[in-house]
Design a binder for this molecule. Structure first.
Ligand code: NAD
Length: 383
């Protein structure tokens, strides 16, 4: 079976879906891997390294795709401008991030083209599938980088210093949303010597926050919204008000605020109001990792740096692309592990929709939408 690895076309993207280690593993499993020339350059992987690992180097995307039965990507194929779905062979297996709940046009095109689309976002967050969980691996990268970015913009130190020129007090970091990215942000801020506070609506997180040496903010009355599959759900209006009051009490002291709060398939909840931003000290920094889904801060603008009353608000939408070597290495590991679930002993496709990972992760197959949540979101988009 031929597998194509393409150069990512999203602006600013530097990751690649498969690194040479992954090529080696797939070739060993009996597959032919065709890598588009230059696909790994921005992640420090040359064509020569791919060739050494056993890949064929294709001169163009079209050449890599010719005769391919499977396509590996990081970002969803474009449907505007160049139609990247049309470029793929009909009936191909596509494994990629697809944002399937928010991209009805893409899902439609994949159905029309009879693509078997396996969405990295839909890999269930079960223990068995942890090594296939690209949401987690990439959120780890984003959480780490968010703190570095904030520290870089902060006109202060984060660690405490006791020097002949005086004592510097440690910086204070507030992390809102302590899922995978938030916990990594806490760990990174702690490594830089900051004093860290955090909040999440899932009570299970409290212990994890504390074990990283951070303080868990607690409201007088509990604010919780545990949803399905370990995710949060939307808070009631009353609970949301309580959460805002809790944050308003803590935010004036924070030098850095990292927000990561998301609810799958929904707009991100608003956690920071304009009034809260005004209550912060001049020079403070907010990094809003929910920028792409509307932002946790009302003033966030995706991909822009906003300065409001002396507070800098950053809304990066693709931080994993800024650490492309390790982000690609982790993504590649996730994808190779996932592929093993779809192959027989000879490296041929053996799709089993009863498989507890492949079943839920496959969003389209043979001209139909297979995933109920995706079907519902597409129907919602039509009405
Ligand atoms: P996410 O990106 O969807 O959300 C980030 C965080 O925001 C979550 O912790 C969520 O509770 C929080 N949040 C939502 N609304 C909020 C609000 N109003 N205020 C404060 N925080 C809010 O989540 P994620 O990081 O992708 O994953 C969340 C959880 O999924 C994990 O922590 C874990 O429990 C589960 N998970 C399980 C596995 C596994 O078992 N294999 C793997 C990864 C994640």
């Amino acid at each position: 079976m031929k597998v194509a690895v393409l150069k990512e076309t999203r602006t600013g993207e530097r990751r690649v879906a498969l690194v040479p280690q992954g090529v080696q593993e797939l070739v060993k499993a009996g597959l032919t891997v065709s890598v588009e020339s230059g696909a790994g350059v921005r992640a420090s992987v040359s064509d020569a390294l791919y060739a050494e690992a056993g890949a064929e180097i294709a001169g163009s995307a079209a050449e890599a795709l010719a005769g391919a039965e499977m396509v590996l990507r990081v970002n969803p194929p474009a449907t505007e401008g160049t139609d990247e779905v049309a470029m793929m062979p009909e009936g191909v297996v596509l494994v990629s991030f697809l944002s399937p709940l928010t991209r009805p046009r893409l899902i439609q095109r994949l159905v029309e083209r009879r693509v078997t689309a396996v969405s990295m976002e839909m890999v269930p967050r079960i223990t068995r599938a942890q090594s296939m969980d690209a949401l987690s691996s990439q959120a780890t990268v984003a959480g780490y980088k968010a703190v570095l970015m904030a520290a870089n913009h902060l006109p202060k130190f984060l660690p405490m210093f006791t020097t002949a020129a005086g004592t510097i007090r440690p910086g204070k970091v507030l992390v809102l949303g302590a899922g995978v990215a938030g916990l990594q942000a806490i760990a990174t801020a702690r490594r830089l010597g900051a004093v860290v506070e955090a909040f999440d609506v899932r009570p299970a997180v409290k212990e994890q926050v504390q074990s990283l040496g951070a303080r868990f903010l607690e409201a007088e009355e509990e604010v919780t919204a545990e949803g399905e599959g370990g995710y949060a759900k939307e808070l009631s209006e009353e609970q949301h008000e309580k959460e805002l009051a809790l944050i308003a009490g803590a935010i004036p002291e924070a030098d850095i605020v990292i927000t990561t709060a998301q609810i799958p398939g929904r707009e991100a909840p608003v956690l920071i109001t304009e009034e809260m931003v005004r209550s912060m000290r001049t020079g403070s920094v907010i990094v809003d990792l929910a920028a792409e889904s509307g932002g946790n801060c009302v003033l966030t603008k995706a991909e822009e740096t906003v300065t409001h009353e002396g507070v800098t608000i950053l809304g990066p939408t693709n931080l994993p692309a800024t650490i492309p070597v390790h982000a690609s290495q982790m993504y590649s590991k996730n994808i190779v592990t996932l592929l093993r679930e779809m192959l027989d002993g000879e490296g041929n496709l053996a799709f089993d929709f009863e498989n507890d990972v492949i079943g839920p992760a496959t969003v389209t197959h043979a001209g139909e939408i297979r995933n109920d949540r995706v079907k519902a979101s597409l129907e919602g988009a039509r009405t």
